[in-house]
Write a protein that binds this ligand. Structure first.
Ligand SMILES: Cc1cc2nc3c(=O)[nH]c(=O)nc-3n(C[C@H](O)[C@H](O)[C@H](O)COP(=O)(O)O)c2cc1C
Length: 188
């Protein structure tokens, strides 16, 4: 957590919830505002690099789907879900977790990915986006960047997006993470 940002948002609606207990406490699931980044990355470790950039910038916990109890997720005010894109959607472990998570009244989430064709983010994110939307989550941002892709015949030509994510991608990921402060100042 960046102290500068913490300080600048101290005393916001939810951030001041504890000290104002008894006056107008926020709903139970929003009373302990924290962020968490959940990711899966098995092809080249591409998404891990982006997830680490988010977690570092936001000062959050970084876990894989099997490392968090689904019921514990109600304690987080902002949840990032991301993975590589495999056959047109996020990793099944991410989709399964999203299916199992308790429905929410506006809990904030963001979606991210790395992909061979990140320009098709709207399509690749659709399955996860639909699950989260149906459950009442508020999607505050989506991010995708190119990831080295050597799947199938691409391997013979050294793949596509060699060297990605690169430094510039990490920079953009950090900028995206910073843009989340606007949507979730009570968390970050
Ligand atoms: C089995 C498999 C299927 C893939 N399917 C897609 C796809 O449908 N669309 C796409 O843009 N990229 C696809 N890719 C490329 C990956 O999304 C990309 O390499 C990503 O950066 C991998 O992330 P990871 O290293 O974190 O696992 C696929 C890769 C693999 C291994």
């Amino acid at each position: 957590m960046k102290f500068g940002r913490c300080a600048s948002f101290a005393g916001t609606k939810f951030g001041s919830g504890e000290s104002e207990a008894g006056k107008s406490s926020p709903p139970a699931r929003l009373s302990r505002m924290k962020a968490i980044v959940i990711f899966q990355s098995f092809h080249k470790g591409n998404t891990k690099k982006i997830a680490e950039a988010f977690a570092g910038e936001l000062g959050t916990k970084l876990v894989r789907p099997g490392e968090i109890k689904v019921n514990d997720l109600i304690n987080y005010g902002l949840i990032g879900f991301g993975s590589g894109i495999y056959f047109g959607k996020h990793h099944q472990g991410i989709l399964d977790l999203a299916e199992k998570i308790l429905p929410s009244a506006g809990q904030k989430v963001f979606i991210f990915s790395t992909a061979g064709l990140p320009q098709l983010k709207l399509i690749w994110h659709r399955a996860l986006r639909n699950i989260l939307k149906k459950k009442g989550f508020k999607i505050v941002g989506e991010f995708s960047c190119a990831g080295h892709d050597e799947v199938g015949p691409l391997e013979m030509i050294g793949g596509i997006n060699k060297g990605r994510p690169n430094e510039n991608d990490i920079k953009k990921a950090k900028q995206f993470a910073n843009s989340l402060y606007i949507h979730a100042p009570e968390v970050i």
